[in-house]
Design a protein around this ligand. Structure first.
Ligand code: X2X
Length: 335
């Protein structure tokens, strides 16, 4: 009898209140935000996390996914604030979209900091990743695992880009962190900030000439079909994803359920990173078959882009914090 009562109390969570533990009811549904839906590795990562948690908690934690950043009306750079406020319970979010609130997350958008996947791994699996999780925790959001949106490549409707001169004058859609405005301005382009939802309309109507996104996003959004016929693989930045839970929601759950949620996030994140990295080659073939001119920059061809964005890199080293940037550079060098 007593054993039963104890188990029942744990099934609904415990809250210490005035010294006494009182049961706290779970919500019937927890809201998970992602920017992209399950046509993309990012959306699939959210779906996988939700399904694993539902199965392993026998439905105690029932997560519903809201893609398109719909809980913030598509305004993806407001997502992190909405998690803090409890409008969003869980998220698989992009470091780019959260960087207006967490300036240190701009680190991953530092031009040409990470030349390859190993460099990204050295950051997210090392000290830098731990430091960033501590910063997020201080903001009352519980970070659990890393995923990956991918290396961001550049496309446009006008011409092949092989040197900074080719990018001059192009109207480029960029995401809502001021660092992107600085990068594309330094390259002589004409950048304009908008959400991903607005970007697709702007590309289709030729209000903008180009954009930058990972291959999987370019492909699943069918950008070749709306005139984005030139794709340059320059690997200038990579956008990791972070699996998080609102702190009050986290506190509602039993330690056992928290552990289930954490392990499911780690597993979904690992699978997501594999999916993104293994998917690119097959997609590139189909992209080329669709008549897209794909330009892959050599190390030599990347150099003038690195030089042209060097002043931006230095300016943003100060904004992000010189210590963190140095730690990241050292981790990349040692990879
Ligand atoms: O808006 C974008 O470019 C996207 C979908 O990649 C992000 O949310 C960062």
């Amino acid at each position: 009898m007593l054993r039963k009562a104890v188990l029942a109390a744990f099934a609904v969570g415990m809250l210490v209140h005035g010294g006494a533990a009182v049961a706290q009811a779970y919500k019937s549904e927890y809201r998970l935000s992602t920017v992209l839906n399950n046509a993309f590795p990012w959306g699939q990562a959210g779906e996988r996390w939700a399904n694993l948690v539902r199965e392993r908690t026998q439905g105690r934690i029932n997560i519903k996914q809201y893609p398109g950043a719909s809980l913030v009306g598509g305004e993806q750079t407001r997502e992190f604030t909405a998690i803090r406020q409890g409008v969003i319970d869980l998220a698989v979010g992009s470091t780019i979209n959260w960087s207006p609130q967490i300036k240190q997350l701009n680190l991953f958008a530092m031009p040409f900091l990470m030349p390859d996947e190993k460099a990204l791994d050295a950051l997210i699996q090392g000290e830098v990743g731990k430091d960033l999780f501590k910063i997020i925790e201080k903001l009352d959001v519980v970070p659990l695992a890393w995923g990956e949106n991918g290396f961001r490549e550049v496309s446009n409707s006008k011409r092949a880009i092989a040197s900074p001169a080719d990018i001059k004058g192009l109207k480029m859609r960029v995401v809502g962190s001021p660092l992107f405005l600085d990068i594309f301005t330094a390259l002589g382009a004409n950048p304009t900030q908008m959400s991903w939802a607005d970007a697709q309309t702007a590309l289709a109507s030729s209000a903008v000439d180009g954009q930058e996104n990972p291959i999987a996003v370019y492909f699943a959004s069918k950008l070749p079909g709306i005139g984005q016929k030139y794709l340059t693989l320059w690997h200038y930045i990579n956008d990791p994803l972070i699996f998080v839970v609102n702190k009050d929601v986290w506190a509602q759950w039993t330690p056992e359920d928290r552990e289930i949620v954490r392990q499911a996030a780690v597993q979904a994140g690992k699978e997501n990173i594999e999916n993104v990295r293994n998917g690119d080659a097959g997609m590139l073939k189909q992209i080329e078959n669709a008549g897209v001119t794909v330009t892959t920059l050599t190390d030599e061809q990347r150099k003038p882009f690195i030089q042209a964005t060097r002043a931006v890199y230095e300016k943003w080293t100060k904004n992000i914090g010189a210590d963190l940037v140095k730690k990241a550079e050292e981790a990349v060098a040692k990879r």
